[in-house]
Design a protein around this ligand. Structure first.
Ligand code: IMP
Ligand code: MG
Length: 187
């Protein structure tokens, strides 16, 4: 098993990458998303919550479009092992440092796949009585949604394919790619 997965990893790492969303398209869409959110939230203080690890690139670019009245905090949850299938359970690995009660909060996520992670986060954070709670996701795979979770803001709807880059990983690799890509290999 161990051996088999390291062979698979070698294959994925050496496979050609096909660009699904270019750096330029990401830059333009992230700016548009930030404008939409700013219009809706006004000038009030906003708490942006990055869901680690996948969202670190997205929130970095997204948050730069806002002014000074912003708090960025981080949470980490995991529903995936190192492969491409969800384990079906969500585990909280790192909680927020700040209290969100009475605040305008926006969850910043890399991708909504089955929707399990987002369902869990909305339950957990909603119970803390924020003034408002919105979701912005860079990517969504509508065909894969098991839980009926609709993000308030979606960068791109993509088909049922496994993507990497711009924060998204395969076995922790590829997060640093500046674009969204498809490894040309059977996963
Ligand atoms: P969900 O709980 O099934 O919606 O899965 C959410 C998490 O699965 C995301 O935050 C990602 O970490 C991971 N994930 C889902 N699809 C992909 C993908 O295509 N590439 C990389 N990670 C993915
Ligand atoms: Mg993630």
């Amino acid at each position: 098993m161990e051996k088999e997965s390291s062979v698979q990893l070698e294959k994925v790492l050496s496979a050609p990458l096909k660009t699904l969303i270019s750096e330029n398209d990401l830059r333009m869409r992230v700016a548009e998303l930030a404008e939409e959110v700013k219009k809706d939230l006004g000038d009030g203080p906003v708490v942006m919550i990055a869901i680690l690890k996948g969202s670190y690139v997205f929130i970095s670019d997204f948050s730069k479009h806002f002014g000074t009245n912003v708090i960025v905090d981080f949470m980490q949850v995991s529903s995936y092992g190192s492969g491409t299938e969800s384990s079906g359970k969500v585990q909280l690995k790192k909680d927020l440092d700040i209290n969100i009660k009475g605040k305008d909060v926006i969850i910043v996520e890399d991708i909504i796949d089955s929707g399990l992670t987002m369902k869990y986060l909305l339950g957990l954070l909603g119970a803390r009585e924020p003034k408002s709670l919105k979701v912005v996701t860079l990517l969504a795979k509508p065909e894969r949604h098991v839980y009926k979770i609709e993000a308030d803001y979606i960068g791109f709807d993509i088909p049922d394919v496994f993507v990497v880059g711009y924060g998204l990983d395969y076995a922790e690799y590829f997060r640093n790619l500046p674009y969204i890509a498809l490894p040309q290999v059977e996963l």
